[in-house]
Each structure stands twice: as structure tokens, then as C-alpha cells.
Design a protein around this ligand. Sequence first.
Ligand code: NAD
Ligand code: TDX
Length: 326
Amino acid sequence: MKVLVTGGAGFIGSEFVRQVVRAKYTVVVVDALTYAGDLKRLDDCKDKFRFYKADISERRVIEGVFKKERPEIVINFAAETHVDRSIADAAPFIKTNILGTEVLLAVSRMFGVKRFVHISTDEVYGDIARGKFVENDPLNPSSPYAASKAAADLLIKSYVRTYRFPAIIIRPSNNYGPWQYPEKFIPLSVMKLFHNEKMPLYADGKNVREWLYVEDCALGILTIMKKGTVGEVYNLGSGIEKQNIEVAKMILSILTLPQSRIEFVKDRPGHDIRYRLDSSKLKRQIAWKARVNLPAGLRSTIIWCRKHQEWLSSKREDISAFYKNR
Ligand code: NAD
Ligand code: TDX
């Protein structure tokens, strides 16, 4: 089977590419290589896939790739992904996450793709003070990022209903692990600590996220790609929920640094209080379960960050330029 992976040079996409190559699929990667994309993530399997530097919102270019490659499965990771950037400027989020998804849907339909797997997010539901979100809960996004992801989900649902288009939507919770772009909370904090800076915690640090190790997430996606039912939505969460301040303290303890290295900073506007997914549908239907616990995942992420300080540092200028201009 030939799989076309968009956003394969990104954080989760690259881990998925490694796993799908290992599973002996023929793999084609499409990625625009934005600030967040980096082919270095795929150095260890670079001769195992064909690569196209292309923007998913450019219909003619995407048609050209499909004409040449004729993929049977399409899996869409490509997106603008940082909530803070979407608050500063929503336009690229609309272009890639909504228009880009529409182009992929239209072209996949035109070429008779057998299975279209879209990577959505837990953020489409908004936040939840108590309990867990199930797949048919209403979408109630808080940030422009989450709104653009929710729009894509609705478009896909309309394709399923109108054209019987064979799509599956997956909604993962917060990922962390090797190769995450260090604008996101965990690698940003580790990188700052390495540079003798403080880790910035928004507000009082009490916001809650459900943390999923990237290898577990990619394996979950691969399993759903193989065994999932078309037309369905699957939540993909670890069940490991923690306040940001608890995560911060765990990182400091691994690095044997004092809690005075935490700095409370101005909150993100519209900051979602708590995310939590009910992933029992996935466990019931497909038998997937997260394997990596948070202490072990954080430890290996920090070891990875130490080994890849040069890569992390190469992104520092871009990240401080963004946060300076906020
Ligand atoms: P990332 O920002 O690390 O990577 C995104 C990739 O998409 C990059 O390689 C980038 O170059 C590429 N890209 C961006 N715009 C493009 C375009 N117009 N055309 C082609 N390629 C383009 O993101 P990630 O963290 O790996 O997230 C992957 C997917 O998973 C996204 O759809 C995101 O919404 C979703 N998701 C992420 C998380 C998380 O915690 N990281 C959680 C839930 C869902
Ligand atoms: O400097 C920071 N300080 C801080 O306290 C940053 C960057 C974040 N935070 C907080 C905000 C969140 O409560 O940490 C938590 C995690 O923040 P992010 O890493 O920005 O992730 P989040 O906003 O939760 O969104 C992530 O998970 C869902 C991904 O970036 C999305 O792409 C995914 O859909």
C-alpha cells in the first residue's frame, strides 16, 4: 500500500513516517517546510520515502503530486500548530488548516483515495472543568488555532455524509517527546533551563493538559489507519492529566534544579483551563493503549534534548523573535 503523509517533516508526522516505513508501506511525504518543518527529523530514514516540498493549500501542485504518486491512503498531519501564533495572526491557520484540508479532500476524492486519515486535536471541544469529552460532544473551540481545526473536522464530516468519502478523524491530546519544536511548553522550558533562563508558566500554572508520548501517539494513529472504521472519529489520549506546574516541577526535579527557576508570566488570552479525552472507544474497538508514563517520557525527552542542544538552539532566534513581538 502507498501512503501519502502530509506534514511528515513535523514533530508527530516524522515519528509516524519512521513507524510507517518500518511497517513496510511505500511512503510519500509532502511538507511545505515552514518554520516548524525540518527534514533533519527524518535523517535516520531519509532514503526510505519520496519527498515533495509542497504546500497543501496549492491545488495544482497537490494534483501534480497525486497524479505522479497515486496514493491509496492519505494521512494529514500538515498544519499550523501553535496556539500563541494563532492568537497573534490567524491567517496562516485559515490557509493551511482549512483551505489546505479542503484541497486534500477534493484531490483525494478526485483520485479515488481508499482511506483519508485526518489528524485533528482535543482542542476542538474547548475546555472541560470536570469529566471527559466523547467523540460526539459539540465542538466549542477557544483559539483561532482550535477553530481552524474544528472547521476542518466539519468539512470532513460533510464529505463523509455527502460523498461517502472514506475519512477517519483522530483527535489526539497534547503530545511531547523528541523533535518537538521548542516553542511548545515542555521543550521550550527545557531549552530555557539549559540556557540558564527561567521556565515561563502562564498565570498560576494550574491549567491541565493530558500528556501523550509521541511514539504512543504515532502508533495509535498507525493502528487506527489499519483497523479504524471509515466515517468514525477517535479520541486518542493517554489518560495522564497534569497541571502545568506539576509538569514544571517534574522537569526541575529530573534536572535537580530549584523551584525558583519557575517564572509566572502573563496568561495566554482565552487559555483553556483543562483538556481531557475519553478514549474508551479506541480501546474498545482497536485495542490501543498508551505505554509510556509521564516520568519515563519526560526523562527520555530531557535526555534527547541534552543530546540535541544544537538543534534546539538553532530554533531559539525564531522563537524569541515571535515572543518579543507579541
Ligand atoms: P508541527 O508544527 O511540528 O508540524 C507541522 C508540519 O506541517 C511541519 O513539518 C510543517 O512544515 C508542515 N506544514 C505546515 N503548513 C503546511 C502546508 N501549508 N503544506 C504542507 N505542509 C505544511 O506539528 P505537530 O505537533 O507535529 O502536529 C501534527 C498534527 O497533529 C497537526 O495537525 C496538529 O494540529 C495535530 N496535533 C498536535 C498535537 C501536539 O500536541 N503536538 C496534539 C493534537 C493534535
Ligand atoms: O511558555 C509557555 N508557558 C505555559 O505555561 C507555553 C508555550 C505554554 N504554557 C502552557 C499553555 C498550556 O496550558 O502550557 C500548556 C501547553 O501549551 P502548548 O505547548 O502551547 O500546547 P497547547 O496550547 O496545549 O496545544 C498543544 O496541544 C494540542 C499543541 O500545541 C496543539 O497543536 C495541539 O493541538
